[in-house]
Design a protein around this ligand. Structure first.
Ligand code: SF4
Length: 266
């Protein structure tokens, strides 16, 4: 066993046990800090800056630092507590954030350590990273959840701060080289919720290689809204209502024209 991976350090802002929405089975989500995108709807704005920052407390006048430096050993000590649930449910560990590819050495070391302990790995990612980074992740990820937010690069840039070409290029590579890729679409009212926009993403997902296995449509929610105030930032989508279940079902039908199985939610 390569012991040095356990001493690798990185910045996380949360470890959440008993998750059932970010990969198969019961999982522990490790939230890695830092993201190159700035999605207007991001429900974890405290994830975006890689630096540790202060956030006002939800229920009082004080504030608490968000983020802490940890070693892979410390992460493993925490996630291994639920090993028996992973084995029984087919679950494991999911690296989310933020964007785990922002701290590639740390993220890869966590997954390598998980595999040493026979713990399944998943990532929840936009994969906005160089091809070298993507290639490092391929052998270490068991289940790849990848967001595609818009097929129009201009709109992608407007709503996330970055164009989509690198993401789409990486999606093709991943589907050709990884056996289990799920494309996830956060469906945001006024951003990508027309039939044409969902059709374009579903068509692209359908065109991907054999590793692409499913398409998930994730309804917009407002759970992160208050965090912007607590970070002293403005929330661009303030007051925006989530889509109805009926509308989500209509969009699901649009995506179902293609080969990949489609579901609403993760
Ligand atoms: S990619 Fe995810 S973590 Fe990054 S800004 Fe967008 S929603 Fe937030």
């Amino acid at each position: 066993m390569n012991q040095t991976i356990f001493e690798e350090k990185g910045i996380i802002f949360n470890i959440q046990r008993y998750s059932i929405h970010d990969g198969p089975g019961i999982r522990t989500n490790v939230f890695i800090k830092g993201c190159p995108l700035r999605c207007k709807w991001c429900c974890n704005p405290e994830s975006q800056n890689i630096q540790i920052e202060n956030m006002l407390d939800a229920d009082g006048p004080g504030s608490t630092p968000v983020g802490r430096e940890v070693t892979v050993r410390e992460v493993l000590e925490e996630v291994a507590k639920d090993s028996r649930y992973y084995y029984r449910s087919g679950g494991g560990v999911t690296l989310t954030g933020g964007e785990c590819m922002v701290q590639p050495s740390f993220a890869c070391a966590i997954m390598e350590a998980c595999h040493e302990y026979h713990i399944n790995t998943a990532i929840e990612t936009t994969s906005f990273a160089t091809s070298e980074v993507v290639k490092r992740f391929i052998p270490l990820v068991d289940y790849w959840l990848m967001d595609i937010k818009h097929m129009d690069s201009e709109k992608h840039k407007l709503y996330t701060g970055q164009p989509n070409d690198l993401i789409l290029q990486n999606a093709k590579y991943i589907a050709d080289h990884h056996p289990d890729l799920t494309i996830r679409v956060p469906v945001i009212p006024g951003v990508n919720d027309t039939e044409e926009e969902i059709d374009a993403i579903a068509k692209f997902a359908d065109s991907l290689g054999k590793g692409a296995k499913a398409l998930h449509l994730l309804p917009y929610h407002r759970l992160g809204e208050d965090k912007y105030r607590r970070l002293g930032r403005s929330y661009f989508l303030m007051g925006l209502e989530p889509l109805s279940q009926e509308r989500m079902l209509q969009l699901k039908k649009v995506a179902e024209k293609y080969r990949l199985p489609v579901q609403i939610g993760g």
